[in-house]
Write a protein that binds this ligand. Sequence first.
Ligand code: PDD
Length: 300
Amino acid sequence: MTEPQPLALPTAFLNGQFVPVEEAKISPFDRGFIFGDGVYEVIPYYAGRGLRAKEHLQRLQRSMDLLDLANPYPVEAWERHIAELLKRNGGGDQAVYIQVTRGVAKRDFAPPKGLTPTAFMMSNVLARPSQALYEKGLNCVTLDDFRWGRCQVKSTALLGAVLLKHEATQMGADDCVLFRDGYLTESSASNVAIVKNGVILCPPKDNFILPGITYDLMIELAQQHGMPLEMRKVTRKEVLNADEIWLTSSTKEVIAITTLDGRPVGHASHAGKPGPLFWRMLDHFQTYKQSLQRLPAAAE
Ligand code: PDD
């Protein structure tokens, strides 16, 4: 028997109040529950310093704008509430989850005007992948991306991603690499880039992928360190013949995919292992993370 996992760190935030996570209750009439009518963010904090927290809050705003959803707080208030949540949950490295839904109303597809949005936050311990996992990499399968046409919105309506990840794990894989009309999109909850002949190739930020904050950081680090990179459509054939495949997200940071559809990724000495450019990027990423510690913490 496995021990029941705690839902999250002990304190949550609900509509302006800090409450024990088990006591954070919302109405079943909340449109987030009924329709998945809401948006979310996951922001990584390392010893209280947010990794691109402002950019996450800006993306939260863009997601709300695309759904015509009112933001309950200005950025400064979000930052204050996040700092308090981090403090109440004991500091250290935490992933802060923010969710805003359109609020409580009689069930009707058309969103009524003037609803009060529901604002919820919780946090979890943020554990970076272990060295053993970095060295092993992930085992993924390719799947057809059947999600909707607004993947740039970080919506809580995640059934497409849930079913894709379910299919991948049922096949014994860690996750999936998705294709739409023969082109690479992303993974169930991460962006994907490949390396071919020393060039990092990453799909353009259109309505079929989430514009990842980690993805942007990866692009910036590549540019800063003279690693050639092209942002363009990537074909299925290119992915299947890639020298390296990387997955990026706020919780996974950067990690290599070393097996795809049961075949080792890459060639020669690093077939089925993370490639040399991955190790360089991971190093730049860790150095960037360490540099955050020179900034003031969100919560001391
Ligand atoms: N997922 N693509 C999708 C579909 C995602 O859900 C995510 C993030 C990303 C990576 O974005 P970022 O680098 O900003 O975290 C790409 C988060 C971590 C989640 O749902 O838990």
